[in-house]
Design a binder for this molecule. Sequence first.
Ligand SMILES: CCCCCCCCCCCCCCCCC(=O)SCCNC(=O)CCNC(=O)[C@H](O)C(C)(C)COP(=O)(O)OP(=O)(O)OC[C@H]1O[C@@H](n2cnc3c(N)ncnc32)[C@H](O)[C@@H]1OP(=O)(O)O
Ligand SMILES: O=C(O)CCC(=O)C(=O)O
Length: 240
Amino acid sequence: MVVMRDVAIAKSEFVPDQKAITKVQDFQELPELFEYCSLPQIVQYVKCFTGPNIMSMHTMLINKPPDAGKKTSRHPMHQDLHYFPFRPADRIVCAWTAMERIDRSNGCLVVLPGTHTGELKQHDYPEWEGGVNKMYHGVRDYDPSLPRVHLTMEKGDTVFFHPILIHGSGMNRTAGFRKAISCHYASSDCYYIDVKGTTQENIEKEVIELALKRYGVEEILLKDAWMAKGRLVQGERINL
Ligand SMILES: CCCCCCCCCCCCCCCCC(=O)SCCNC(=O)CCNC(=O)[C@H](O)C(C)(C)COP(=O)(O)OP(=O)(O)OC[C@H]1O[C@@H](n2cnc3c(N)ncnc32)[C@H](O)[C@@H]1OP(=O)(O)O
Ligand SMILES: O=C(O)CCC(=O)C(=O)O
């Protein structure tokens, strides 16, 4: 499990406590939270994309904090496939569930409809004055005139989306923490790819650096991190 603090808070004099937490990531070892990933109400839709052999690959409890004034609570527009060294993209799907009413005031999801039929684009850190959270890469060039849809969701509403869909989330202008839970699923029939020489090389480099700094792990590849994080939800574990 990784507990992440917002960069504006982590890099301030603020004494870290639970109020600083922006995200709990990789909760696959925590049964109470992992139960979300196998809820029949969710899995019945996930299956339509993955087929019967379902893996949870990435889990997050997102606790978007009230913005400390630097707009760091935003999540830049990105494609989740940028982080994934497995394919095919059509066998990967994210389920994202609002844990309370979420609208533009507390930083709802923003999507560019139809972009899931495009290609994976180059991602980099956006040049934001107030700082950017670690590994929050953004799509380098997308057409800013493309229509945007802000997803207003009620508590318990779930959206399912494709890993090539360009999406992000806005600033939390309220005083409360905006909570959502999500799981990225993939078919265990998916296969790992080598990202060397691709647009994903930069995220692999960061993961390798982080694995060394945090865990003292040397000589890993992006796919090794994912192999360690993946858990079977249903069916048979095949390639992943
Ligand atoms: C062997 C297994 C390795 C596993 C790694 C696998 C990672 C795979 C990533 C997959 C992401 C998939 C996502 C798909 C969906 C899209 C997204 O969610 S994108 C966002 C993904 N972001 C992350 O995954 C970031 C995860 N967070 C962390 O790794 C850590 O919380 C951390 C940000 C590195 C902070 O670690 P920690 O060790 O607890 O922190 P400190 O020791 O206090 O600080 C270290 C250093 O980092 C600075 N810092 C702290 N918080 C932040 C922050 N939020 N943003 C930027 N920088 C931060 C802190 O100031 C310290 O800096 P210094 O210069 O070293 O002093
Ligand atoms: O919950 C959010 O604010 C955005 C989450 C998101 O876009 C992601 O993690 O890929």
